[in-house]
Design a binder for this molecule. Structure first.
Ligand code: ZN
Length: 273
């Protein structure tokens, strides 16, 4: 899918911060922050409305950028190298309370090379930041300065492609209308409460990971153990799965093909990872 992108959007990734600007900063953490914030400000467009993002003051908690046009907020995480399926985050308790109280910031994950060139950018809409993908880390031991503090990881590997929207891949920018399309395709998740959003997002992830053209109910039931672990209070996993598939059909995300077969609709990011 990226063959057409290379010729039409090569310039987006080429704007770079001069190294002499970065070399003023002694710590690698500071250099990474200055580089990635500057890159996003110059090159990244709001995935919902394509307007430029405005940088927020550095001490604004969990809000690094704001779209003045559509009011979406973004938190930026950057990393030398590539982000894997698990993204380290801050305190476990505050992450959970932010999700439960209706967290309103989206995530941007920016991966860069050793010489500060942006290799990958992924946007995670806040509607996909659900409790089930937040994994507590072991609390820090008693010898640590912050003994007892407990961080968390975000398991983005559980999400479907629309939950981790690729904006730049291998130095190549994805066309903005494609990003916008992916972003809008799951806006329906915001209609429900946190529990219904969790069930839908997890089911979409399971179905997307099959990477098959069509699948059966039995294929989804194979994930029953995983679902039971993620939703320990639910006693009727299979009924819940059937309900999710019906909702996803009604929302146009997948189709019932007949003879017990289902398929993700082709206009979605379905099989791309
Ligand atoms: Zn916007």
């Amino acid at each position: 899918m990226f063959s057409t992108i290379i010729s039409s959007y090569p310039e987006v990734c080429e704007e770079r911060l001069p190294m002499n600007v970065l070399s003023q900063y002694k710590s690698a953490t500071q250099r990474a922050r200055v580089f990635s914030e500057s890159w996003i400000e110059k090159n990244f467009k709001c995935p919902q409305c394509s307007d430029a993002l405005q940088r927020m003051p550095n001490n604004t908690r969990a809000l690094d950028f704001l779209c003045r046009t559509c009011a979406q907020g973004f938190e930026l995480k950057s990393k030398r190298g590539a982000f894997g399926p698990t993204v380290p985050d801050g305190a476990y308790a505050s992450m959970l309370s932010r999700i439960r109280s209706g967290r309103d910031t989206n995530l941007i994950l920016l991966g860069y090379t050793e010489d500060y060139v942006t290799r990958s950018v992924v946007a995670i809409p806040n509607r996909f930041l659900i409790e089930e993908i937040i994994i507590p880390r072991k609390p820090l031991g008693e010898h640590c300065r912050r003994a007892g503090w407990q961080g968390c990881n975000i398991n983005i590997g559980l999400l479907p492609p629309e939950g981790r929207i690729v904006c730049v891949q291998n130095f190549v920018a994805v066309p903005q209308d494609e990003i916008r399309e992916n972003w809008k395709s799951t806006a329906f998740l915001e209609d429900g409460n946190a529990v219904s959003r969790s069930w839908l997002a997890v089911t979409m992830g399971i179905v997307s990971r099959m990477k098959t053209e069509s699948f059966s109910l039995a294929d989804v039931y194979n994930a029953e153990k995983e679902l039971a672990r993620l939703f320990p209070n639910n006693r009727s996993i299979k009924a819940k799965v059937r309900q999710q598939l019906q909702i996803l059909r009604d929302r146009g995300w997948l189709s019932f093909l007949g003879n017990g077969r289902y398929a993700i609709n082709p206009h979605q990011g379905g099989f791309v990872s």
